[in-house]
Design a protein around this ligand. Structure first.
Ligand SMILES: Nc1ncnc2c1ncn2[C@@H]1O[C@H](COP(=O)(O)OP(=O)(O)O)[C@@H](O)[C@H]1O
Ligand SMILES: [Mg+2]
Length: 202
């Protein structure tokens, strides 16, 4: 079997044995517990320089957090999950679900924050600024800051963030405290067209 840590090799991440990911119940109360995210993902489909960067992070040469930026469909979530395949016990959290959880009962919120604090690897997927209102922007900024701050203060806590916003947009919207905590490690910007549509066209 391919070495799980060796990101310079391009074999697919072991398919059927791929671990599920712990995630958090959504507000409808359905608790998925572990999610597989259904998609096959292979290392050779990750842009080679990003694959190299992930390998360097896993080897300890480059620092976390890792921020993967790029438009919708460029492969951010798949790359983050391929990273997660190489570590123990990852916790996957969609930023949209995290925001919605601000309105959930306190015990649900507490359970989620415990995971955010303790997980060795947190994937915070699809951080967006949101266009709806000033209040929503403030809530997003405060929630993001809280996640990053909690993670920063804890040893052995690796964080991978994906976003379809540019760095400047994130900094403008969420301020320097988030910018500093997000971009103090490694980041990589993906370009290109939406791969979901490309697959459709094939
Ligand atoms: N590493 C990969 N292995 C296999 N398929 C991939 C990979 N990266 C992207 N894809 C394909 O491109 C689609 C979009 O990728 P995704 O990671 O969901 O994009 P994003 O998170 O940027 O919107 C996926 O559904 C998948 O089919
Ligand atoms: Mg995504």
């Amino acid at each position: 079997m391919a070495d799980r840590m060796d990101f310079t090799r391009t074999e697919a991440v072991a398919g059927p044995k791929r671990p599920g990911y712990r995630t958090f119940p959504n507000l409808n109360g359905d608790y998925s517990g572990r999610i597989e995210l259904g998609k096959p993902r292979s290392r050779d489909e990750i842009a080679p320089p990003l694959r190299t960067l992930i390998g360097e992070i896993l080897a300890g040469w480059k620092r976390l957090p890792l921020v993967i930026l790029g438009p919708t469909g460029t492969g951010k979530t798949c790359a983050a999950l391929a990273f997660a395949d190489a570590v123990q016990n990852p916790f996957f959290l969609s930023f949209a679900d995290l925001i919605r959880l601000n309105f959930a009962p306190w015990d649900q919120q507490a359970g989620m924050w415990r995971e955010v604090e303790r997980s060795e690897l947190l994937i915070l997927d699809d951080v967006t600024v949101g266009l709806d209102s000033e209040n929503s922007l403030k809530l997003r900024g405060e929630t993001l800051w809280r996640v990053l701050d909690v993670r920063e203060r804890r040893a052995n806590s690796q964080t991978v963030v994906t976003t379809n916003c540019r760095r400047e947009k994130l900094a403008d919207s969420f301020g320097p405290a988030c910018d500093s905590r997000l971009f103090c490690g490694s980041h990589f910007e993906l370009f290109g067209s939406d791969r979901r549509f490309e697959q459709q066209a094939r």
